[in-house]
Design a binder for this molecule. Structure first.
Ligand code: PMT
Length: 399
């Protein structure tokens, strides 16, 4: 495959030469583009000698008047290593003040980013915000690793090993469009069950997990139908969003849109109860106690389990205890193929958080914990495992 290797101006730039060599050894073509700061650490000639191609540095050199567009179109993946704090900031904010950042804006394919910097810089809120922006675009982030840093400190900030970066590049190329031509149906966010024209019952779901799943599916080429309760998130790029309020509305939109879907993922936090007869007028406050008589809402997942056909059905389990047992119970009782179980009793995972930590419980009996990571990374990993599970289940059905 054709790899565009972007090299930033950090001491780890010397390791990018090893990455270029490794990629060539694995049979890929490598075109290098360097920032001016990178040239302070490694000469362009080094990469030219390793790759057999001119190293691109100067956007305004005569022969490269529109070369950045051609370069962006001629490559299958854009790997940026090392990505310094400054380079991450420029990419996140869409600056195009040199060859590398200009090509980045012109490049429409998969992007792999390997950060490297001092541990304090890596942990700074500005860097974290830029990282989230890049994750939100579906870019794959590799590392950084922990260990001794050039500045003499130890901690997170080391450039990932060239082998790890090369593996991530190849993984990105393999999974890139593996949902091309398929429709994925996803539910996200809370539902709101009215108590009167003013009040409602709901929960703390922000929609972040479901929206990250929609982005991950779209990044793999799927047509994504996202049925979303009320949230405060921008619609993910290239995703068809259908907004609902109540569990009943969500259930109806799910089955109206089920037909073309090959994969269904139910990450929405659907209310379990609702007021069956909602008063037309606002209920006046009185000193007396008030009790509510609530009826169960439609169990959308259970109904999907009965009607899924040969679709892959992935449910979620929001638990405060007995995570795996509850997930296994739901998998069996709702006829799911996978249940994504997450602990919702703390602040760092589950509702509203930017990160999550889940356990994937599969119909095959496999149980796969995914360590805490951004919901974007968790979403990507869930689809990696969904695609593997589907192969296993289809092979089992053919036997
Ligand atoms: O949105 P975020 O802030 O990012 O938070 C993410 C999340 C915590 C909401 C998400 O990761 C999650 O756990 N979603 C499922 C929440 C939930 O309703 O879990 P549950 O165990 O109560 O429901 C089990 C499954 O049944 C879920 O797939 C749910 O969509 C489904 N369900 C539940 C009730 C109902 N009436 N119909 C359903 O389909």
């Amino acid at each position: 495959m054709r790899v565009l290797l972007g090299v930033g101006g950090g001491i780890a730039a010397y390791k990018s030469a090893e990455l270029a060599r490794l990629l060539m050894e694995r049979g890929h073509e490598v075109q290098t583009v360097m920032t001016a700061a990178a040239e302070e650490f490694v000469r362009p000639l080094t990469f030219a000698a390793l790759t057999g191609r001119k190293t691109l540095t100067d956007l305004f050199a005569i022969e490269s008047a529109i070369e950045h567009i051609a370069v962006a179109q001629q490559n299958d993946v854009f790997a940026i290593a090392p990505a310094t704090a400054d380079l991450m900031a420029r990419l996140a904010h869409g600056l195009a003040d040199d060859f590398l950042t200009t090509v980045y804006l012109a490049f429409a394919g998969p992007v792999v980013v390997a950060p490297a910097m001092n541990v304090n810089m890596w942990q700074h809120a500005a860097t974290r915000a830029n990282l989230d922006t890049l994750l939100g675009r579906g870019h794959r982030i590799v590392g950084p690793g922990e260990g001794y840093l050039a500045c003499g400190m130890t901690g997170a900030g080391r450039l990932a090993d060239p082998e790890e970066i090369a593996d991530a590049i190849e993984q990105e190329l393999r999974t890139r469009r593996d949902l091309e031509g398929e429709t994925v149906l996803i539910t996200a966010g809370p539902t709101q069950e009215p108590l009167d024209p003013v009040r409602f019952i709901s929960n703390r779901s922000s929609g972040k997990m479901g929206y990250a799943l929609a982005e991950a599916a779209a990044a793999r080429g799927a047509h994504v139908i996202l049925i979303s309760g009320p949230v405060h998130l921008p619609p993910p790029r290239g995703v068809e969003v259908i907004s609902v309020r109540t569990a009943r509305e969500m259930r109806d939109r799910v089955f109206e849109n089920l037909e073309p879907a090959s994969i269904v993922i139910k990450s929405a936090a659907v209310a379990d109860f609702h007021l069956s007869a909602v008063p037309d007028q606002k209920v006046k406050k009185t000193a007396a106690r008030m009790s509510l008589e609530l009826d169960p809402t439609p169990d959308i997942l259970a109904e999907l389990g009965r009607k899924k056909g040969d679709r892959l059905l992935i449910g979620f389990a929001a638990e405060t205890q007995n995570l795996q047992q509850e997930a296994r119970r739901k998998l069996e009782s709702k006829n799911c193929d996978m249940v994504v179980a997450n602990f919702v009793g703390g602040a760092e995972t589950g509702f509203e958080s930017d990160q999550n930590e889940v356990v994937l419980v599969m119909r095959t009996g496999e149980v796969l914990p995914l360590p805490r990571a951004s919901k974007h990374e968790i979403a990507r990993r869930i689809f990696d495992e969904v695609m593997k599970l589907r192969l296993v289940l289809h092979a089992a059905n053919e036997r």
